[in-house]
Design a protein around this ligand. Structure first.
Ligand code: PA5
Length: 308
């Protein structure tokens, strides 16, 4: 597997090299599923308050009806053969389309239609290509005028990830989650990271896990934490969180009887997000190792795709 910092570095400039031209769009829709969709969610969070247009992630067979010809639509599928994403390919014919994939039907259709294809290296699990998916979405967002160009911020994130190691932290956290069902909670920048951690736990460790986010969880879920016999809350906090959100993490942890609390390293949004993404990825691999599970095995997912 290509290490995350190498994926980020290798992704920079790929969209422009594939022929995606700068053209202001009304918004950017990123269509994909599972490991290919999460890059869109992480990209939107990385941009955060710097967004200049809407950045929307579609995990379904169809686009919202209000997406018009002035939108850019990024079709993201590692295999290129995911049926929901291919349905969105058809549904987006009226908009400017860009594909990001290793091949499959998506690459074939895009090439036949003269649509730019951002090619990805093959041989990985789709979810392992998260650096490629996220940075490609960020680059297309910048080329569509939906976000500023974050190249220098991403280059700094590459340096941080190459220097700082979080293997020991991931291993220690994995030990605390043995025989537990984690509920990963985030807010703002860390909300899609919490979702990423849940998905990696599900797919790499083949274990149940859930995710939720503040402030919403304070309005419902906080009442459901009475029985802690199985569930383990893990709070993904942010060193730059607004004061009210930081206070909510504090108080929520106190009220539900404690939570494991994780903070990112780094200064910029890109550094903090990717640092946490890597920590969660390593965590899921440590848990898989402790359980004797092969992280590449996703039998239920494959069976469902085959039987559909
Ligand atoms: O990680 C995985 O294998 C899945 O979540 C896939 O990403 C998902 O099923 C979609 O497939 P693809 O990424 O090939 O479009």
């Amino acid at each position: 597997m290509t290490p995350l910092p190498d994926q980020i570095a290798d992704s920079l400039g790929r969209a422009a090299a594939a022929g995606v031209e700068p053209r202001a769009a009304a918004g950017l829709a990123i269509c994909g599923m599972g490991g290919s969709a999460v890059g869109g969610l992480l990209a939107a969070a990385t941009v955060g308050p710097r967004a200049q247009r809407q950045i929307l992630v579609v995990r379904d067979y169809a686009l919202p009806p209000w997406i018009g010809p002035d939108w850019t639509v990024l079709l993201s599928s590692y295999s290129g053969d995911t049926e929901e994403t291919l349905a969105c390919w058809d549904a987006a014919a009226h908009a400017r389309r860009v594909a990001v994939t290793t091949g499959g039907a998506l690459a074939e259709r895009a090439r036949a239609a003269g649509v730019p294809v951002v090619g990805l290296p093959s041989g990985m699990q789709p979810r392992d290509a998260v650096g490629y998916a996220t940075v490609t979405a960020l680059e297309v967002a910048a080329l569509a005028g939906a976000a500023p160009d974050l190249r220098s911020e991403l280059e700094a994130a590459v340096e941080l990830l190459r220097i700082e190691d979080c293997e020991a932290e991931a291993g220690a956290l994995a030990e605390t989650l043995r025989d537990r069902v984690p509920v990963f909670c985030g807010a703002g920048l860390t909300a899609p990271v919490a979702y990423r951690w849940k998905c990696q736990f599900n797919e790499n460790a083949n274990r149940a896990a859930f995710s939720s986010e503040l402030p919403e969880l304070d309005h419902n879920e906080i009442e459901g934490w009475g029985d802690r016999s199985l569930l383990e809350p893990v709070f993904l906090e942010d060193t730059h969180a607004p004061a009210r959100i930081a206070r909510r993490f504090e108080l929520t942890a106190e009220i539900i009887g404690g939570a494991r609390r994780v903070l990112p390293r780094g200064a910029s949004r890109s550094e903090r997000l990717f640092w946490l993404v890597r920590l969660g990825d390593l965590l899921s691999l440590h848990v898989a190792r402790l359980d004797g599970t092969d992280p590449a095995e996703i039998p239920n997912l494959l069976r469902l795709k085959a039987e559909l």
